[in-house]
Design a protein around this ligand. Structure first.
Ligand SMILES: Cc1cc2nc3c(=O)[nH]c(=O)nc-3n(C[C@H](O)[C@H](O)[C@H](O)COP(=O)(O)O)c2cc1C
Length: 201
């Protein structure tokens, strides 16, 4: 098991995976790490939907590609040109985003404990983000690659339908893909250093 600081420093999003399935114990360790995350007021307002079956995984992969396309063409202030998106789609056909194991993460607000709904929802999403990072770090420590996909939020109705989630009960927070990396990836460079983002008062 890798040292915690090595794990944090080496973690990077992996988007291309080998087809080899993950072992049951590896999946369990990743999921166990999720529920060890801090959770506002100890409320554990989260649900993790695991996607193993080939049929569902393929459908999820198709939706992920579609959602990423929506992101490039409609969400960015400087949208990608059609040619650039087509080139990306061609590369994506080689299996970008195709993972042997997906985990969809939902905020579960069926049981509320707060008098201020806006803050409660924010806390629930922050707790879920901590769970997601725990899973990514656990995977890295196990030599497994992972990617956090936020683009499903652009098509959350389609994703919720596929994942069997009732929208009035569960809010989609993100989808994670996990698998053994196709190739070793170096951690991504940060544009801002500590001097840019830390203010001492
Ligand atoms: C909330 C959130 C949403 C993200 N959504 C996507 C996504 O939809 N597709 C994708 O390819 N990467 C996604 N990423 C990964 C980021 O692009 C990545 O974290 C960033 O480029 C920094 O790279 P690193 O994590 O490898 O250091 C997301 C990351 C976060 C935190």
């Amino acid at each position: 098991m890798a040292d915690l600081f090595d794990t944090m420093n080496n973690r990077t999003m992996v988007r291309e995976f080998r087809e080899t399935p993950l072992k049951k114990e590896e999946k369990e360790r990743i999921l166990e790490s999720a529920i060890r995350a801090p959770t506002a007021s100890g409320s554990e307002q989260w649900i993790f939907v695991t996607v193993d079956s080939v049929v569902k995984r393929n459908k999820l992969y198709d939706l992920l590609t579609e959602a990423q396309k929506v992101y490039f063409s409609k969400m960015l202030k400087k949208p990608w040109s059609n040619e650039r998106i087509d080139k990306w789609l061609k590369d994506a056909e080689a299996g970008l985003f195709k993972a042997p194991f997906y985990v969809a993460v939902f905020v579960d607000l069926r049981q509320r404990f707060c008098t201020i709904p806006r803050i409660e929802e924010l806390w629930a999403h922050q707790s879920v983000a901590a769970a997601i990072e725990n899973m990514l770090l656990a995977a890295t420590g196990l030599g497994i690659g992972g990617c956090w996909f936020g683009v499903p939020l652009l098509m959350d109705n389609d994703f919720s339908d596929l994942l069997g989630a009732k929208r009035e009960e569960m809010q989609l927070a993100g989808v994670l893909g996990f698998g053994y990396p196709k190739e070793k990836k170096s951690p991504r460079h940060r544009k801002k250093g500590l001097n840019d983002v830390v203010k001492s008062i």
